[in-house]
Design a protein around this ligand. Sequence first.
Ligand code: ZN
Ligand code: ZN
Length: 340
Amino acid sequence: MKSTYLAALLVGLLTTGVSQAAESSFINNHDHAPATATQARPDIFRVSLLGTGTPVPQISRGGYSTLVEAGNQKLVFDFGRNSATRLWQLHIPIGRVNAFFLTHFHSDHTNGLADLWLTGWLQPAYGQRHAPMELYGPKSTDALASGLQQAYATDIATRVKDEGTPLDGVEINSHEVTAGVVYNHDGVKVTAFDNDHGVNIKPSFGYRIDYHGHSVVLSGDTRYSPEVVKQAKGADLLVHCVSMTSAEQMKANPGYKAIAGHLASPEQAAQVMNEAKPALTVFSHIGLNGKIRVKDLAQDLRARYSGPFVIGNDLMQIDLPTTPSGKGYALWQSENIDNK
Ligand SMILES: [Zn+2]
Ligand SMILES: [Zn+2]
């Protein structure tokens, strides 16, 4: 209860544009609180930000990845670097994930996939997959899966021979999907939709997850997209990307112009929030380029949008209601560097 209350306080503070001070006030006090709650509660609808970063190789923000737990299902969306580590920091064995969903093929969304796949196959507590990995994604997902099998064939053969690891857990069932409902199990429905990540990056998906009358929308990598607005209308939670680049940086390195053309600026993200009005927006896939800090981003967004939003961090977790009439949310921030 205490952590829930503090979480509500955090959201309140963040929505006024105050960010870092509020976050640090309880980061170390509630390490893994939701994981403990999992054991005590029969039903959950929980979103965990496994990685809130971009291609930038930084320790504070891992590569983009999001875990959604709904009832007895555990689903992982995108697989940036370090996502296996973050999952295990939540004490979730990689082999316990029911299905994996890819938005598009940019490497910052796939370069943690081999790790999730192969480390999840190993027999220690952090792995323990005993059935094929279920992998959903756009056209070319089959090629990604078979390419991985080829690239790691020697490792697989060696472990089977040397450690006796059963082959079942290292198979990949790849599912190439198009926009529409792509997964529907035990009351958990996942819908893929086309976002707008630029004319040359198609298909590129966002995903909507529905459970017990509540919904989470993951924008994926996108600039302003009316489809994201449509999906996020009435949603309990929108997880949206954002990218902000200083004028100096834009001038110094033309590469940032392309980034700005493919990912939502604060202005575009605010437009989405103003049009969709989700109950809560959490930002992930956060690109801060040049001398831009989190507080600059928060202030820019607050100037354009008066509703609730939070700038996400790795291992931030949001609990949503699990009954149709339920309202509100609880939010935790676990420590994201393992000092023990
Ligand atoms: Zn991308
Ligand atoms: Zn990306």
